[in-house]
Design a protein around this ligand. Structure first.
Ligand code: ITT
Length: 195
């Protein structure tokens, strides 16, 4: 039986990636056991000291492959706000902290809204670098979703910055999309389908 490990400690990412892989394997009659970090004893997280989304995705993928000796899929993702020189970028998960540890999604969103107070140019993009590594083959793909940062939160689906990320062509935030819709339009859905 073939196995693949979705290696992330972010439960929002796990749900999205699992849904896409499950649909793909079912439609293509592929026998694949999809594992997540929840299936293994907890290990310490890798140090994400890359300078790009792609470098960090590769660091994580190789780290978890070496730990569990299974084919691994990881993503490194985040939000780039053009008016803030593409911040928070690769630091999106730890935007609101000063000690380098991940902050809560709510704290990150609040900090971003503070930084954007009074700024009218609010265009931004979600970025996702997806990586797959099985010990021999390394595959990567980088994909984006363009949107606008709202001044207040709308919607309860998704995770992270979703409640303030507005998609003009859908007339709603990514937190108002169903899980299926988000996977169709999201940086993560597009990047996973590209590898
Ligand atoms: P892992 O490293 O364990 O995968 P993480 O949450 O720390 O989990 P990242 O370092 O890739 O992952 O940080 C991604 C952050 O970017 C994430 O915590 C969110 O704040 C934000 N983000 C990424 N994709 C998002 C999405 O689809 N919707 C909302 N926010 C997103």
């Amino acid at each position: 039986m073939n196995k693949v490990l979705i290696a992330t400690s972010n439960q929002g990412k796990i749900k999205e990636l699992k849904r896409i892989l499950n649909e793909y394997t079912t439609n293509n009659h592929i026998d694949l056991t999809i594992l997540t970090l929840n299936d293994f004893p907890k290990i310490s997280e890798p140090i994400e000291n890359g300078t790009t989304f792609e470098e960090n995705a590769i660091i994580k993928t190789k780290y978890y492959f070496n730990a569990f000796k299974l084919p691994v899929i990881c993503d490194d993702s985040g939000l780039e706000v053009y008016a803030l020189d593409k911040k928070p970028g690769i630091y999106s998960a730890r935007y609101a902290t000063i000690d380098g540890k991940d902050a809560s999604s709510l704290e990150n969103r609040k900090k971003l809204l503070r930084e954007l107070k009074g700024i009218t140019k609010r265009e931004a993009r979600f970025c996702c670098a997806m990586a797959y590594f099985d010990g021999n083959n390394l595959l990567t793909a980088l994909r984006y979703t363009e949107g606008i940062i709202l001044e207040e939160e709308i919607g309860t689906n998704g995770f992270g910055y979703d409640p303030i990320f507005y998609l003009p062509e859908y007339g709603c935030t990514t937190a108002q999309l169903s899980p299926e819709q988000k996977n169709e339009v999201s940086h993560r859905g597009k990047a996973l389908c590209a590898i």
